[in-house]
Design a protein around this ligand. Sequence first.
Ligand code: APR
Length: 308
Amino acid sequence: MRKKITVVGAGNVGASCAQRLAERGYADVVLVDIVPSVPQGKALDIQEAAPVVGIDSLVTGVNSYEASADSDVVVITAGVPRKPGMSRDDLVTTNQNIVASITRDVLKHSPDCIIVAVTNPLDAMAHVILKESGFPRCRVVGMSGILDTARFRTFIALEFGVSVEDVQALVLGGHGDQMVPLPRIASVGGIPLPQLLPQETIDRLVQRAVKGGGEIVELLNTSAYYAPSAAAVQMVDAIALDKKRILPAAAYLEGEYGIEGVFLGVPVKLGAGGVEQIMQVELSPDEQEALKRSAAAVRELVEVTRKG
Ligand code: APR
């Protein structure tokens, strides 16, 4: 039997996720949105590509949650995106109400699912979903680190003119301006980045990665969706296919890295159980300090959601 994946939000990120998932062929996909006929239209369009792509997945677009019943994984992308000049944090109050009500609907129909949060501000929205659902922390995970890391890897690969496949990197922390790239352990073909590039070049690449989302917002007048959907779907693959991949993602920390009670980007083992393990990276004192600052920024936003 094929898996069932529900994507909530049929906008730029959600529709791209649905397309990427459907084209993998291992799951039926349900696309949910509040806007009448849009999820239906996008789902039908994706479905009509099936004979060309060569997959048998069913893609259903709906405005309610019955068809999503018993989903294995639910990806929540619904909410408003950024406009130029906005930070991810500016979205908090609007998006918290949206994700809280969606979580209640998801829960009614798929009480055993694993939720992948994508809506921004990501770490605070994952927190809202965790508290609203009452799920154990392993079943709510946020998409952030794969995207931030992919941006960093892209810029390193472009700088060297080498395959992205040979570039490894890791970005920790919240999915915002306080994210914590770790160039110290980035590598090209196994060679540590600090042995290959002067510090000022590394700093430039780090800055571009940190501001990578904003760079797209300035160009598009809305936020990115091709890379975010690719990242979210890599997480769904790991969970639905029980791949047990080690990927950076937002997990709820309960003492790991000396941090308690917030979602933060860390390397996790993702499999059928969701976040099956949180991996610990040994950090330098500066990196640990930066991670603590990032956690404090997430905590402030979580406080805003409590007042909202
Ligand atoms: N239930 C279902 N869908 C909703 C709801 C709701 N309560 N509220 C809003 N939506 C839908 C909108 O109708 C819209 O189709 O969410 C969709 C959002 O799509 P876009 O506006 O295109 O935004 P997108 O670029 O997909 O970004 C969505 O992901 O990366 C983050 O920062 C981004 O928070 C934003 C989210």
